[in-house]
Design a protein around this ligand. Sequence first.
Ligand code: GLV
Length: 318
Amino acid sequence: MPKSIFVANALPDDAMRLIPAGVEIDYNATDTPLSKAELIRRLKGKDGLICHITTTVDDEVLASPGLKAVANVAVGFNNIDVAAARRRGIIVTNTPDVLTETTADFAWALLMAAARRVVEADHYARSGAWTAWKWDLLWGHDVHGKTLGVVGFGRIGRAVARRARGFDMRVLYHDTVRPDPTVERELNATAVDLETLLRQSDFVSLHTLLSPDTRHLVGERTLRMMKPTAILINAARGPVVDEAALVRALTEGWIAAAGLDVFEEEPTIHPGLLTLRNVVLAPHIASASGETRVAMATLAVRNCLAVLEGRPPLTPVQ
Ligand code: GLV
């Protein structure tokens, strides 16, 4: 029997070309997520599924007879019921490493934009309101020399911390797992509990997985621990932050500003955020450089093919 793959969302040609001619492909070459019924129908009898984070792969989807691999084109995998996949002997893979630096770059883009009010400045400059140089126009917050708090000190969190060295920043981090002491030394980062991090950091950047433990990790209680001058960055997963609480924090001045790439109910953004000027919003694009998106898609295809050919996948979700 020839192997077969359902590619549930659009991938770059460079990645699609890696699939050998002998493998049967059903391809939904769009970004539009399929309904669950359509997903189940088209997955029927396939050995592999390659999908984006917009495809929810729950136990019912995983029940597809013969399914062996689910290759997510993302590092996060909260769209997949990994425990159910494990029970069914289906291998789940993600795309770590290839997007680490690009995602860290973007977290910094949000940080800099929020601190120095780049989006507001752009709107102002275009609006025609700029008629004279003004001493007190669009004052922001310094970045250099401040304290950066990184919540979730995995690959991306560490890459964000590494960039802070160029800004002479003090780095605090919080994670349930402590890295090798050489990593702490290299990055000049100090492990602290979450409360200390929130109370002492000028910038708090989130880089945790979404799990029941991290859902609403940043909510009213934790936002109130932050400095009134603090800036929150979220390029991890939307539900790590309680958006309703964040709107109140930004409106009432519990914190100064935020930079958000991810949201609780994507693509819907809490209406309270849309009207605030002290928040920079992006449509979940932290890994969206041309090079990185191709690398992610290529890795996902290679992972899927490896499982189908009986080889170990390059980057399985453990
Ligand atoms: C994007 O959000 C990813 O998890 O790669």
